[in-house]
Write a protein that binds this ligand. Structure first.
Ligand code: COA
Ligand code: NAD
Length: 692
């Protein structure tokens, strides 16, 4: 095994470089190596200087080890040994210094940071608390209020803020971390700066900060914030007792489903980048065109502008172009208000980086054009025919279609290799998912370019196959029907939405439909009507709503009535549902909230299994990512396929068998689910497939 530490002895200084690429995560071998280096000091060592090799100091515990039982040495023991070392220990922090990495730093006797360092305790995002003294040492250094802010927010801070808070002792000028670490240790030996132990400090209880934090934590459903507050409160007392409490709380949280789900969400976000085209060089994209400036086009344009990519947006006429400008301005105003951009940049983006036009000819020099016109094949084909004529050779022609066939759109352009689906989600400047959909003839480097662009926009790209609805909308079209079946069979929209919101979705399916606009689904259903299997159970409630002109929020009425301050059901809905019940419908019945969730999720999992089996998604992880980042699936549940693994595939398969006796056409057993259930397999087993 390669050495995980680069150890040198220079003038009585033990220089310890942490060298565990890609992010210096604190794996068991690294913890063991660190402990050995600290414990086996020769007599001539007078100081220890730690630094990180590569892009950062230490990015934290090794998340891939969290699924198994912990192996010694535990990180708190390593931290204790560092703090108890017979000689001063200093650390130079650069790049990612997160979680356990910051806890290692807090255990040293003197910390300095290089420009660009990111210091933070992000454990809360994984449903955990710092478990190696962070909740005890940090408040002693910076006070309870600031510690609570950093631990509960999980946000990393830069060197300036860290120095101001007292988290570090120095901000250094830019230098190689090794050189800086050596210099810092020399200063300690020459007694220019005095090192100190965080555990020897005391911190007064800040009851106001604790009370405010408790009030905020009570509003959420996750256990980790409560545990973090309890641990930080204990830092006012004995250090070792606080450490023991922190460790117990950390271990309790490690065993929760919420932590497993959040950890899975972290991992799938990275796993989905492993695609067959990962090694190809992305094409450079400096100038972007967007055709269509409605809900999606304007949102996509704003997302590109915020990533510093200039955009030329084409609309049908100048009035529509001005509406698009106003939508983009609203998004940028929001970014300005939240401090994400400065006033100067806001002005520059709106007056320089954004161009509006009504003639596609101005896109001749664009590197990438994203079409976001109406979801209508004839209109899209006309646009792509123009783009095929106008755009420069090598330009990428992307469509944001939700459902339509990428190959037919590509044919209209006459540039089969140049066309790809880049499917953004609404609101496009917020939702993180982008489905990257190659057609049959798409040049493979376009897929790599789609992924690179998504990264630049801070989004999560998922590679999907070209089928009706790709991954996400194909699944949604299937599982969404369950909500309609439940409604027509006896549950109310309020009960269904509330049950799924309690499961963790930000909004239930009827509230989402109202928000998206019921007319969108109506158009799709009309398009699909000729090919709908006659045996499919069809619920026409949404069609009736649309026929009344009720398109949801935008018309003030949909499943819900939005005329008052609170959402309440459309007063005419019950009568409308009753009128839609077919003579052959099963008798009305009650559904428990659990049954509602079970059916909804079982349908999601079934379609997910089919999407994996036919290759539309590369792995179950890609489905989890699509649902987590595009469809509001609750992060602590990890995604539908992870959820299915947790519940047990045999139980899910049994549920499908039972439901299939009720409605055999809808509840068909996916062969992949059946096979895995029979063999004791898990969807996670299929995530090992990492092409490249
Ligand atoms: N443990 C194990 N592996 C980790 C890791 C960790 N703490 N942090 C990152 N990695 C892995 C990623 O899975 C990825 O692996 P892959 O290349 O096989 O897909 C690789 O390191 C690079 O990570 P990535 O996130 O793609 O790189 P980045 O440069 O965009 O971001 C970090 C780097 C460190 C900022 C980011 O990875 C991060 O925030 N990590 C987690 C930090 C954390 O939560 N620490 C506390 C743990 S309790
Ligand atoms: P929208 O109706 O809000 O906007 C479409 C815009 O395109 C309109 O402003 C219209 O004036 C413009 N337009 C139409 N023909 C044009 C042409 N030939 N040249 C220039 N502009 C033209 O629609 P939307 O919701 O933004 O959807 C756009 C596309 O994105 C559709 O394909 C849709 O399926 C897809 N999509 C929508 C969502 C969503 O939630 N709304 C999500 C993902 C994808």
């Amino acid at each position: 095994m390669r050495d995980l530490l680069r150890v040198e002895r220079i003038d009585g200084i033990l220089l310890v470089g942490i060298d565990n690429p890609p992010v210096n995560a604190l794996s068991q071998p690294l913890r063991a190596a660190l402990l050995e280096a600290i414990n086996d000091l020769s007599d001539d060592v007078r100081a220890i200087a730690m630094y990180g090799c590569g892009a950062g100091f230490i990015a934290g515990a090794d998340i891939s080890e969290f699924a198994a039982a912990p192996k010694p040495p535990a990180l708190p023991d390593v931290c204790k040994a560092i703090e108890a070392a017979a000689v001063p220990v200093v650390a130079v922090l650069h790049g990612a210094t997160l979680g356990g990495g910051l806890e290692v730093a807090l255990s040293t006797h003197l910390r300095a940071a290089l420009p660009g360092a990111q210091l933070g305790l992000p454990e809360i995002r994984l449903g955990l608390i710092p478990g190696s003294g962070g909740t005890q040492r940090l408040p002693r250094l910076i006070g309870m209020a600031a510690a609570l802010d950093l631990i509960l927010g999980g946000r990393p801070i830069g060197p300036g803020e860290a120095l101001q808070l007292g988290l570090i002792d120095r901000v250094l000028d830019d230098a190689a971390p090794r050189v800086a670490a050596l210099g810092l240790a020399r200063q300690v030996l020459e007694k220019w700066i005095a090192p100190r132990c965080a555990s020897a400090l005391t911190v007064p209880e800040d009851s106001a900060a604790l009370a405010a934090a408790r009030t905020r934590a009570a509003q959420g459903r996750r256990p980790a914030p409560h545990a973090a507050i309890e641990a930080v409160a204990a830092s006012a007392g004995d250090f070792d007792a606080g450490l023991a409490l922190e460790r117990r709380l950390f271990h309790d949280l490690r065993a929760t489903d919420a932590h497993a789900g959040l950890r899975h969400a972290f991992q799938v976000e990275r796993l989905v980048r492993h695609i067959p085209e990962a090694r190809l060089t992305p094409r450079p994209v400096a100038a972007v065109g967007v055709v269509g400036g409605g809900t999606m086009g304007a949102g996509i344009a704003a997302a590109f502008l915020l990533a510093d990519l200039p955009v030329t947006l084409i609309e049908r006429d100048s009035a529509a172009a001005e509406r698009a400008r106003a939508t983009i301005r609203t998004v940028l105003d929001g970014a300005l208000k939240r401090g994400r951009i400065t006033a100067d940049r806001h002005t520059a983006l709106l007056t320089g980086a954004l161009q509006l036009a009504t003639d596609t000819a101005v896109l001749a020099k664009a590197d990438l054009v994203i079409e976001a016109v109406f979801e209508d094949m004839a209109i899209k084909c006309a646009v792509f025919s123009d783009l095929g004529r106008i755009c420069k050779p090598g330009a990428i022609l992307a469509t944001n279609t939700s459902f339509l066939d990428i190959d037919s759109i590509a044919e209209a352009s006459t540039r089969l290799e140049a066309v790809i689906g880049l499917h953004f989600f609404s609101p496009a400047h917020i939702m993180r998912l982008v489905e990257v959909i190659p057609g049959r003839h798409t040049a493979p480097d376009l897929v790599a370019t789609g992924f690179a662009l998504a990264k630049r926009l801070g989004k999560v790209a998922v590679r999907g196959g070209n089928c009706d609805g790709f991954i996400g909308n194909r699944m949604l079209s299937h599982y969404r029907k369950v909500a309609d079946y439940l409604l027509i069979d006896g549950a109310s929209v309020t009960q269904i939405d509330t049950a799924l919101e309690r499961f963790g979705f930000a909004m239930g399916p009827f509230a989402v439909a109202d928000l998206a606009g019921l007319d969108i689904g109506w158009a799709t259903r009309k398009r699909r009507a000729p090919t709908r299997p006659p045996e499919e159970r069809y619920v026409a409630v949404a069609d009736r709503l649309c026929e009344n002109g009720w398109f949801g929020r935008k018309t003030g009425m949909g499943y819900y009535d939005y005329s008052g301050p609170e959402r309440r059901e459309n007063p005419q809905l019950a009568a409308l549902v009753a009128a839609e019940r077919a003579d052959a419908a099963p008798p009305l019945r009650d559904f428990s909230d659990q049954e509602i969730c079970d059916r909804y999720l079982a349908a999601m999992i079934c379609e997910g299994a089919r999407v994996v089996a036919d290759g539309t998604a590369l792995r179950p992880a890609d489905i989890d990512a699509a649902l987590l980042f595009g469809y509001g699936f609750p992060r602590e549940q990890g995604g539908p396929m992870h959820y299915a693994d947790r519940i047990g595939l045999d139980r899910i398969a049994n549920r499908v068998r039972t439901l299939s006796s009720e409605a055999p056409h809808f509840w068909r057993m996916p062969p992949l689910l059946e096979r895995l259930a029979e063999t004791g397999g898990r969807f996670a087993d299929l995530n090992q497939n990492k092409p490249q």
